[in-house]
Design a binder for this molecule. Structure first.
Ligand code: PGA
Length: 250
């Protein structure tokens, strides 16, 4: 069975004291035992966040990493640096990285390899843009993103991979895919994984939905058969909203 996961992507929000306050508020809450909760603070706050959650089930994850082990790459962070501050999971291929930092499928494939080689789990983000959906091309776009960025990995690697389906038109816009649209795409993704790697892999992989998930819509979305949780942006910045989403599984 896929794990139920709710991951908060804090993006470029929260300085050190805001990070500590938010974590303090989150730690006061009881987290359901069957839900894995992750938060992705900025790089500068990773270590402090890791330290403050040592005794708590909240996992601290990274928003990005560089594909090289080390070297002259000013401003970049490697997998081993992440590991050294306790990070065990990284988000790769978020649509903001693809759009604003020109991250291509080929580059993302390299990042996936680098993470897996360092035994860091990957949340691999995929999602179509509005015009893709308007043209009816959403399935083709998703298939290509999977094939070009992810389907080179070995079958064994899937134990360390999660998918986040995030339609670009729904991120930070207040617009959410309907539960039906989310389910259709999640089912498509699971079938694509099944065709490539077999049912054994596809039935275990967690496929998260992302894009304007909030307390008011999380229940309906998480209730869908192939939705195993969410990658949450805006609503993960407020402890009460994030906690409500964590508790939105039936
Ligand atoms: P949002 O962001 O929840 O603010 O739409 C989701 C994401 O970018 O992961």
């Amino acid at each position: 069975m896929p794990r139920k996961i709710v991951a908060g992507n804090w993006k470029m929000h929260n300085d050190l004291s805001e990070t500590e306050t938010l974590l303090k508020d989150l730690k006061k809450q009881v987290i359901p035992e069957d839900v894995t909760v992750m938060v992705a603070p900025s790089f500068t706050n990773l270590y402090k966040a890791f330290e403050s959650t040592r005794e708590h089930p909240i996992q601290v994850i990274a928003q990005n990493m560089h594909q090289s082990e080390k070297g002259a790459f000013t401003g970049e962070i490697s997998a081993s640096m992440l590991k050294s501050v306790g990070v065990k999971t990284v988000i790769i291929g978020h649509s903001e990285r693809r759009a604003y930092f020109n991250e291509t499928d080929d580059l993302l494939a390299e990042k996936v390899n680098a993470a897996l080689e360092s035994e860091i789990q990957v949340i691999f983000c995929i999602g179509e843009e509005l015009n893709d959906r308007e043209n009816g091309d959403q399935y083709e776009v998703i298939q290509n993103q999977l094939e070009n960025g992810l389907f080179h990995v070995s079958e064994d690697s899937w134990e360390h991979i999660m998918i986040a389906y995030e339609p670009v038109w729904a991120i930070g816009t207040g617009e959410t895919a309907s539960p039906k649209q989310a389910q259709e795409m999640h089912q498509f993704i699971r079938e694509a994984i099944s065709k490539q790697y077999g049912k054994g892999v596809s039935k275990e992989v967690s496929i998260l939905y992302g894009g304007s998930v909030k307390p008011a819509n999380a229940k309906e979305i998480f209730a869908k058969k192939d939705v195993d949780g969410g990658l949450i942006g805006g609503a993960s910045l407020k402890a009460d909203a994030f906690i409500a989403i964590i508790n939105a599984f039936e």
